[in-house]
Design a protein around this ligand. Structure first.
Ligand SMILES: [Zn+2]
Length: 300
C-alpha cells in the first residue's frame, strides 16, 4: 500500500540507481497489469531511463530513444512508463535478475524490466486482487488517473488557502473521504489519512464544511508534517526496507486494540466492505467511539 512518501522514495531511489541506464528487455508477465497496448511495453527495450517523476501515487519513468539529445527535460519521441502500484503492488530492485524469461503464471511478478548485467527491477503484486497498472504513453496526462489528480500536498503551491478551497468545494463530505480522494488531493491513501487525522485530532467523519479556521490550520499542518516526516524517513532506504519502515512509525493506522502513543487510549477501528480506518477516541472524537456499521449490523 505505497502512498505518496513511499512512491517518492522509490522515485528517488530510481533516480540514483536507474537513470542513465538502458532497458535491455521487458518481460510482460501479467497481461492484466498492462493498461495500454500501443506501443507495446516490450518496445521500451533499447531506450534509456532519462528521468523519474511522481504524480500522486503514480511513478513516471521517462524512456528516451537512443541518440536523442541528453539533458533536456523532455524530448520529442520520449515515452513514459507510468506505474500505479495499487494496494498490494511493489517495485523490487535487483542486481541479479534471471536472464531466462519468467513464465506467465499466478505468482506475484507482473512486469520485469532488465537494465543489463542482471540489474533491473520487478513490479510485483501480492494477493489475488490484481490492480497494479502500467501504461506506456507519450504524455503522462494521457493516463486518466494522472489527469484527474488534485493538487500535490507537498508542492509549494499547496498552501493553507489551497486546502481551505478543497474543503470548501467538498461541502459536507467527510474528512477521511476527502483526504483519500485522489481528485481532491493527490497521493494520500488509507494509512496516511488515518495518521493525518490523528495528528490533527479530528474525527474521520467530520464534514469538510464543519471545520473552523483554527481546525483547517491544524489539518494543514498535519498534512504537511505527517507526509514530510514519512518522506524524510523513507528517503535513502532500499525499496525492500520501505514497507517495514512505514509500519513502525504509524500511530493509529493498523494498530487496532493497541494504545495510542499520544494519550494511551485504545486505538479503535471502523470497518467497511474492503477496508477499515483506525482512530483514537480520546484524541479525535471526544472519547466517543464511532459507530462501526458492519459491527452494528452484525449485532442486530
Ligand atoms: Zn490518543
Amino acid at each position: 500500500m505505497p502512498e505518496l512518501p513511499e512512491v517518492e522514495a522509490l522515485a528517488e531511489f530510481l533516480r540514483e540507481e536507474a537513470v542513465g541506464r538502458t532497458v535491455t528487455r521487458v518481460d510482460a508477465v501479467a497481461i492484466s497489469a498492462l493498461k495500454t497496448f500501443q506501443p507495446p511495453i516490450t518496445d521500451l527495450a533499447g531506450r534509456t531511463i532519462a528521468a523519474v517523476g511522481r504524480y500522486g501515487k503514480f511513478l513516471d519513468l521517462t524512456m528516451r530513444a537512443q541518440g536523442s539529445t541528453e539533458g533536456s527535460a523532455e524530448v520529442a519521441g520520449d515515452l513514459h512508463l507510468i506505474v500505479h502500484l495499487a494496494r498490494a503492488g511493489w517495485l523490487r530492485w535487483s542486481t541479479s535478475l534471471a536472464e531466462k524469461p519468467p513464465r506467465p503464471g499466478k505468482g506475484p511478478l507482473a512486469v520485469r524490466v532488465h537494465l543489463g548485467d542482471g540489474m533491473g527491477f520487478d513490479l510485483t503484486e501480492a494477493g489475488t486482487q490484481k490492480r497494479l497498472a502500467t501504461y506506456v504513453v507519450t504524455d503522462p496526462a494521457l493516463v486518466p488517473g494522472v489527469s484527474r489528480l488534485g493538487p500535490d500536498p507537498l508542492a509549494d503551491e499547496f498552501t493553507e488557502q489551497a486546502l481551505g478551497d478543497v474543503l470548501k468545494a467538498a461541502g459536507r463530505a467527510q474528512l477521511k473521504g476527502i483526504l483519500t480522494d485522489q481528485a481532491r488531493i493527490a497521493g494520500i491513501g488509507n494509512a496516511y489519512s488515518d495518521e493525518i487525522l490523528h495528528a490533527a485530532r479530528l474525527s474521520p467523519f467530520k464534514p469538510a464544511n464543519g471545520l473552523s479556521g483554527a481546525e483547517t490550520a491544524t489539518l494543514y499542518a498535519a498534512v504537511r508534517s505527517v507526509l514530510t516526516d514519512a518522506a524524510v524517513r523513507a528517503r535513502g532506504l532500499a525499496a525492500k526496507d520501505l514497507k517495514a519502515e512505514k509500519k513502525t512509525n504509524l500511530a493509529v493506522h493498523g494498530r487496532t486494540g493497541q494504545p495510542c502513543p499520544v494519550c494511551g487510549d485504545t486505538v479503535r477501528e471502523v470497518s467497511f466492505a474492503d477496508s477499515s480506518l483506525q482512530y483514537c477516541p480520546t484524541c479525535q472524537t471526544g472519547g466517543k467511539p464511532l459507530a462501526d456499521r458492519r459491527l452494528s449490523r452484525l449485532l442486530k
